[in-house]
Design a binder for this molecule. Structure first.
Ligand SMILES: Nc1nc2c(ncn2[C@@H]2O[C@H](COP(=O)(O)OP(=O)(O)OP(=O)(O)O)[C@@H](O)[C@H]2O)c(=O)[nH]1
Ligand SMILES: [Mg+2]
Length: 368
């Protein structure tokens, strides 16, 4: 096992040296520490660099240009560690809220689990030094998140967690959208959805004694709302309903097509071939828009609809139509079907699968 302890810091000059020294007293020699510092104005990074001489090859620092939040710091740390062959990761605050004495038990539990959570909310766990109000808010927030997400993890918000590399791979870190406080919830929820084995060990969390708190009311209220976003994103990430949504969208497009055809060809008596071509374009455009905002929402998050993609989608729909006709003809030629309708149904399905594949992997492909 190669363990990396990832410690994000922002203005932790009063804690960091003592913290690093204490952690090294509690960890085996296959464990290293990576401090991720966001250019703390108080000189935290310089203090770490000072210590690196005492722990060559075991203490590392990742200097980032500006304060980018906890989530970005951890994601950078995972990337740093994964590319250097670490297979277990521990997230830990630098302010002594997370007592290093729990690390050996976490290491023990990670042998048989994908994720080990240092938990304040199970029997034996708790919080020291928080006001009754902050305690109430934290417990309430945890319960609320658990109910909204339908997730059995008792401490969803805590930041003292150990991850196997395989868990991080299952979560697919590229899909993590939370920036701040919600990061821990999103990671754990995704691990739960991905079927990771997760266990909680009781920890006593102690409030920071040195340095300033960065928690605010704003962060908390934002979290209450954004948790719903996490829920819907995580579910669409699985992509399990993409095809069904795509098919429903196609069905709606067909209705639009028929309604317009009826108005212009039957009621207004316009020539049916040009009308039919227009109907196709209008319906395909409608499909493009709905697919962008609904069926493939999770792939197009950071993207706007564009003429180029619309055109690609029209071409993809034409390709689907071509396949539809070919397969329908082939079924009629090679099989003895009692109704032509069956051949057309087969054709529609084949056309739709092709259109779906082109849409998913080309038109709406995820931006890197
Ligand atoms: N790299 C980096 N680290 C951060 C940032 N914000 C907070 N941290 C560090 O992340 C850890 C947890 O942050 P804390 O400020 O302790 O947050 P908290 O535990 O929710 O709240 P308090 O302990 O009450 O302040 C600490 O080690 C911080 O120094 C950030 O933007 N970038
Ligand atoms: Mg803290």
């Amino acid at each position: 096992m190669k363990l990396l302890i990832a410690v994000p810091t922002y203005n932790e000059i009063e804690n960091i040296k003592r913290f690093v020294i204490t952690v090294f007293e509690h960890i085996p020699d296959y464990a290293d520490i990576l401090v991720i510092d966001d250019n703390s104005p108080d000189g935290t990074a310089a203090a770490v660099e000072d210590l690196i001489r005492n722990y060559p090859n075991r203490l590392h620092i990742l200097n980032r240009e500006s304060k980018q939040g906890l989530a970005a710091a951890y994601l950078a740390a995972f990337e740093w560690g994964l590319s250097r062959g670490y297979d277990v990761f521990l997230e830990m605050d630098a302010d002594f809220s997370h007592n290093p004495k729990y690390i050996p038990e976490m290491i023990d539990k990670i042998e048989t689990n994908d994720v080990v959570i240092g938990s304040r909310n199970i029997s034996g766990g708790g919080v020291e030094g928080w006001s009754a109000l902050r305690n109430f808010i934290s417990k309430g927030g945890s319960l609320y998140s658990r109910l909204v997400l339908g997730c059995p993890i008792k401490d969803l918000t805590g930041g003292f967690n150990m991850w196997r590399k395989s868990a991080l791979e299952k979560i697919n870190l590229e899909t993590i959208s939370a920036k701040g406080y919600l990061f821990q919830i999103e990671m754990k929820y995704k691990a739960f959805l991905a079927g990771c084995s997760i266990t909680e060990i009781p920890i006593i969390f102690t409030d920071r004694k040195q340095g300033k708190s960065k928690m605010s009311k704003g962060i908390f209220v934002e979290a209450l709302i954004n948790i719903w976003k996490i829920k819907s994103n995580a579910r669409t990430d699985k992509g399990s309903f993409e095809f069904i949504k795509f098919a429903v969208t196609g069905g709606l497009g067909t209705v639009t097509n028929l309604v317009i055809f009826f108005i212009f060809a039957d009621l207004l008596k316009l020539p049916e071939i040009p009308v039919s071509i227009c109907c196709f374009i209008v319906a395909a455009t409608q499909n493009y828009i709905i697919n962008h905002h609904w069926s493939f929402r999770n792939r197009t998050e950071s993207d706007k609809p564009s003429i180029k993609k619309w055109f690609l989608f029209i071409v993809s729909s034409l390709l689907g139509l071509g396949i539809n006709i070919l397969v329908m003809r082939a079924i009629l030629t090679y099989f003895n079907v009692p109704l032509k309708l069956i051949a057309q149904a087969g054709g529609i399905l084949a056309g739709m699968v092709i259109n779906y594949a082109v849409s998913k992997f080309l038109v709406f492909r995820r931006k890197k």
